[in-house]
Design a protein around this ligand. Structure first.
Ligand code: ADP
Ligand code: MG
Length: 586
């Protein structure tokens, strides 16, 4: 083990004279309290160490001891249902006690059933047996990537600690013990057999996202938004309702009370799909603003490593990161302490490549043990004073395909989710048209375009109406505004707090889209027939249409069909009355 002696300290950064060889990215223990740190730079006979724990009281002269291995976390079945700090040490649940992390995770016992026998050849990433976790879910005890050889011996079926050796494998480099969990260096992406192309969206249950700006399963999305625009509520809503097998929720640099929703509420929630506790398939990583800043920088890699571990089990994982801006600020602060030259916005020049490293780990893959696994990453961005031209937002745009911009005006009007339909995009949306065709929305691409065009027209006409007054607009344009309002209220608005509506299944989204498409057809025909836009305000079905999202559940699609029939009868009656009056006047 290499030693070094600290010569200089600046906040979380320490410079030490090395008395033996250190590796870049090697994890180290600092001082008598053995604080965790990482070698971030090698300078001839000196090392620069980033310390992940509170460094108050450290003095020059203290000892730094190398671990001989890169900074790593333990991945395994004991992750599920737990709350960790940024270096994956368990935390207790109460936000005010988050600062008190335990040093090591206690071992947890799980039932194990071997799936290999002595003499079997094991490939890297293969399963040596099944682990049963809470809720009866099964995980595989994986041979760590990079390890392969023949099984020498393996334990019989029974309950074991997650870190207890279950099998010995003879490898070219010697004997390796395999347990349910294993260590993995956080900055190294876990290998897979191959990356797959994604033609499937991650179903989020949010209409404006799934129907207008879908994110790929294994894709990446960003949620930029100023303070109070609803980033955290949206991420929490997605964590509760999206169709992923495992949720990894990273609270990064936010205040403890802003994470209270996750920390206090999640342990009480039932999984909408199974009725079992939601926490059974959730891992929370919390590095709140009161925790050491350097650990915040590492927390994003710890969280994505956890996500990749479940991906390697053939599961679909969604990682929510709140917020990547706080992470970038930690990067900036630590870089400043190194004395690095600041770039744009004071961020180090490598901000962009670090963001890329993170987002690149989102993927749908064939894991080493076969099957399909995915990590979808959704990161919130909180640009200072809502300025989207700042470096974190602009660099993130280069790496994400779905961009869900939260709009201050919408949020102020309490229009939630405040995703702006004209400032958001999904670059690969067309790829998902076949998926939507197979999921009840044959005309999805056309309907999506129709909605977006309508909303675009709305913005243009509103600008004009502000100048000349709404009543001065021609009837056709007033009708466009009327229909756009309906699409906003009936479709894009979705309450995170409504029992019926916080998650909307694709079939209901499709039925609602079709219904509104028909409404727009009829409204167009009505204007053409000379029916004034105001006449539509009197349609008895207008109110039920505006309220359909809250009132008609996923399993009541027949009621949407009834509503459509009523709406069509009313339009027919309007047209009929109009013809009658035309005839009377003609
Ligand atoms: P941010 O994380 O962007 O600062 P939050 O997610 O904390 O903002 O939202 C601020 C407040 O806005 C919430 O406390 C809540 O009152 C309201 N809000 C946000 N999103 C929604 C939503 N989808 N439905 C209802 N209220 C919301
Ligand atoms: Mg927030």
């Amino acid at each position: 083990m290499s030693r070094a002696i600290a010569v200089k300290l600046a906040g979380p950064v320490l410079r030490a004279r090395a008395e033996g060889p250190f590796q870049l990215r090697e994890s180290v223990r600092v001082g008598p309290a053995r604080l965790l740190g990482e070698v971030v730079r090698l300078d001839r006979d000196e090392i620069v160490v980033q310390v992940y724990e509170d460094t108050t009281g450290l003095r020059p002269g203290i000892e730094v001891v190398g671990d001989g291995a890169p900074l790593a976390i333990r991945v395994g079945p004991a992750l599920l249902g737990r709350i960790f700090d940024g270096l994956l040490r368990p935390l207790s649940g109460a936000p005010d006690r988050l600062a008190a992390g335990l040093r090591e995770a206690p071992a947890t016992r799980f039932p194990f059933a071997p799936a290999a026998a002595p003499g079997d050849a094991m490939a890297a990433g293969a399963s040596i047996g099944d682990i049963v976790v809470a809720g009866g879910r099964r995980l595989a005890a994986l041979v760590p990537p990079g390890v392969e050889g023949r099984v020498l011996d393996i334990r019989p079926e029974g309950e074991y600690d997650d870190d207890e050796p279950l099998a010995r494998i003879a490898t070219a480099g010697g004997e390796v013990a395999v347990a349910m969990s294993h260590a993995w260096p956080v900055r190294v992406p876990r290998p897979s057999r191959r990356r797959l192309a994604s033609v499937t969206p991650l179903v989020t249950g949010q209409r404006i996202l799934d129907s207008l700006f879908p994110v790929a399963l294994g894709g990446k999305a960003a949620i930029p938004g100023g303070f109070g625009t609803g980033k955290t509520v949206l991420l929490e809503t997605l964590a509760k309702g999206c169709a992923a097998d495992v949720i990894v929720y990273l609270g990064c640099g936010e205040r403890g009370n802003e994470m209270a929703g996750v920390l206090d509420e999640f342990p009480q929630l039932a999984d909408p799909r199974t009725g079992r506790p939601l926490m059974e398939r959730t891992v929370i990583v919390a590095n709140t603003s009161n925790m050491p800043v350097a650990a915040r920088e590492a927390s994003i890699y710890a969280a994505i490593t956890v996500a990749e571990y479940f991906r390697d089990q053939g599961l679909s994982v969604a990682l929510m990161a709140d917020s990547t801006s706080r992470w970038a600020e930690a990067l900036r602060e630590v870089s400043g302490r190194f004395g690095e030259l600041p770039g744009e916005g004071g961020y180090p020049a490598y901000l962009s490549s670090r963001l890329a490293d993170f987002y690149e780990r989102a993927a749908i893959v064939e894991p080493l043990c076969g099957g399909t696994g995915a990590v979808t990453v959704i990161g919130a961005i909180s640009p200072p004073s809502g300025d989207f031209s700042e470096p974190v937002t602009s660099h993130t745009k280069r790496y994400v395909k779905a961009f869900w911009t939260l709009d201050v005006k919408r949020a102020q009007a309490r229009f939630y989710p405040a995703v702006h339909p004209l400032q958001s995009y999904a670059e690969d949306a067309l790829e998902f048209a076949p998926w939507w065709e197979a999921h009840g929305n044959v005309a999805w691409w056309r309907l999506r375009r129709r909605f977006l065009t309508l909303l675009d027209d709305e913005a243009r006409l509103e600008r004009m109406a502000r100048i000349i007054g709404r009543d001065a607009l021609p009837a056709r344009q007033q009708m466009t505004l009327f229909c756009a309002e309906l699409v906003n209220d009936a479709f894009l608005r979705q309450s995170a707090f409504s029992e019926t509506d916080r998650v909307c299944a694709p079939a209901r989204q499709a039925a609602m889209m079709r219904l509104l498409d028909k409404f727009i057809d009829h409204a167009d025909a009505a204007v053409a027939a000379g029916i004034p836009p105001d006449a539509l305000r009197a349609l008895p079905s207008l109110r039920p249409l505006q309220r359909m999202a809250e009132e008609i559940r996923d399993d009541e699609l027949a009621r949407l069909a009834d509503l459509q029939a009523a709406m069509e009868r009313e339009f027919a009656a309007l047209a009929h009355a109009r013809e009658g009056s035309d005839a009377a006047h003609g």
